[in-house]
Design a protein around this ligand. Structure first.
Ligand code: HAM
Length: 434
């Protein structure tokens, strides 16, 4: 007997170690966290409605070539972080790492330019990047994004930044800051890139291998590098703002003037370039004190449409990392959506009562009365205990006698007072009491 027990224990231990886990950097969102996610989605929808944005959903899978062209072959995202689905090489599908390029793909595919412009679209959903997981950085995460497509007026850059701060205010975030920069257009960036390459010419030996490669393919990407050695060199590097052409300089000046007009505070960050190639002119990121990750980021992308084979369509947008917003909410004790507790608990005693209970539940659910139960339990004691735990206002007790007489007991859980009512009146009686 003793030997058998040991064997059983061994088997169950083996079973535990074999339990499947979610993939690295990808998480289940359990019910404790859902109220935070729901709150962010609700606030996102409210802001979208006030600012007149319409919802768009795009597939989770897209063609790899979209991101190669839009985000850039030399970007971290395309070079190292794409999850690919095995398929034909020339039409390879990837899990989307971001939402802006797919939305522009959809805009062009469905000729959305024929609708009155600018078109304001918002979205929410999972994104995938094969990163090294750490605080606020996951392989599957969710973004809430807003895009204004078909407008190059700097007032829209200001409007997107206003929306960004409004959304954070609505979530009751305090002490957030917007860092902003302009990275010009392909014309003025040409001269700037030459200056940058010149600056780094005699510093190649200090740069990391990735940055040496970046300098040859896309010099601006050296600003994305987090390597300590490269960080130090960035400080003395020439800055884009000093090298903007007249139209870009004027555009950025107007964006800042609109922000001053509201007024909305901002911090100029000369080394902010954003890690995605489709940006031009205004780029910005949002931070919260105490956290060293960006809550959101965005900017103008007037050439993205052309990168995807379409006409020139100026646009500007922003997206937030929902998990990062949730993290701030938790640390700062900001509540998620308040989930209402059930008002009623149905107790059934005996086979006939259990059979009848499904019809009573149907009536209660149908009337929108949130009802808890423990239908697998048989004893009154166990079910009353469960009702107590749920902190309901009323327990409905259905026993053998009640079934035979077509009645049910309503027990007030606070006072312990009990009343008997006809089963077909129970919904109305409960409605009167709650
Ligand atoms: P992004 O800066 O790559 O921009 O991502 C936007 C936000 O998504 C980040 O600020 C961050 O909060 C969140 N995020 C990014 N990567 C991760 C990760 N691995 N784990 C958790 N959160 C993450 C874009 O994606 C652009 N599409 C934004 C945009 C919209 N630009 C114009 N319109």
């Amino acid at each position: 007997m003793a030997v058998k027990k040991t064997k059983e224990r061994k088997v169950s231990k083996k079973k535990t170690t074999q339990l499947f886990q979610s993939p690295k950097g990808m998480h289940d969102i359990l019910s404790n966290d859902q109220p935070f996610f729901l709150k962010i989605r609700q606030v996102g929808e409210k802001i979208a409605d006030v600012y007149n944005f319409s919802k768009i959903d795009t597939p989770i899978l897209e063609q790899r070539a979209i991101f190669e062209r839009a985000v850039g072959e030399s970007s971290e995202i395309v070079e190292k972080q794409m999850f690919a689905i095995k398929g034909k090489q020339d039409n390879e599908l990837v899990l989307r790492p971001e939402g802006t390029a797919p939305i522009m793909r959809s805009y062009l595919q469905h000729s959305l330019g024929h609708f009155s412009q600018p078109l304001k679209l918002f979205y929410e959903g999972p994104m995938f990047r094969h990163e090294q997981p750490q605080a606020g950085r996951f392989r599957q995460f969710h973004q809430l994004g807003f895009e204004i497509i078909g407008a190059d007026d700097p007032i829209y850059d200001a409007q997107i930044i206003l929306l960004t701060t409004n959304l954070l205010e609505e979530l009751k975030f305090k002490k957030t800051s917007i860092q902003i920069n302009s990275i010009g257009c392909p014309n003025c960036r040409q001269g700037y890139k030459k200056k940058l390459v010149n600056y780094y010419r005699d510093k190649q030996s200090v740069l990391c291998a990735d940055c040496r490669k970046r300098l040859a393919i896309n010099p601006l990407r050296v600003f994305d590098c987090k390597n300590e050695r490269c960080e130090g060199l960035k400080k003395e590097a020439p800055i884009m703002l000093d090298n903007l052409c007249h139209p870009c300089s004027n555009h950025f000046k107007l964006v800042l003037e609109y922000l001053d007009e509201m007024p909305l505070p901002y911090i100029l960050n000369f080394s902010l370039v954003r890690g995605l190639d489709y940006y031009n002119r205004t780029v910005f990121e949002i931070f919260s004190d105490e956290f060293n990750f960006a809550l959101g980021g965005g900017g103008r992308y007037d050439y993205l449409s052309q990168m995807l084979g379409g006409p020139k369509v100026p646009a500007v947008g922003v997206s937030f990392g929902i998990e990062r917003l949730v993290e701030v909410m938790k640390v700062k004790n900001i509540e998620g959506v308040i989930v209402k507790k059930p008002k009623v608990f149905l107790i059934q005693l005996g086979n006939q009562a259990k059979r009848k209970s499904i019809k009573i539940l149907k009536a209660l659910y149908g009337a929108g009365i949130k009802t808890a139960e423990a239908l697998e339990k048989d004893s009154l004691k166990a079910q009353l205990k469960a009702a107590d735990k749920k902190r309901v206002d009323f327990a409905l007790i259905l026993g053998q006698r009640e079934v035979l007489e077509d009645i049910i007991i309503i027990r007030d859980m606070k006072t312990g007072a009990q009343e008997t009512v006809a089963i077909n009146k129970v919904v109305d009686e409960i409605k009167k009491r709650i």
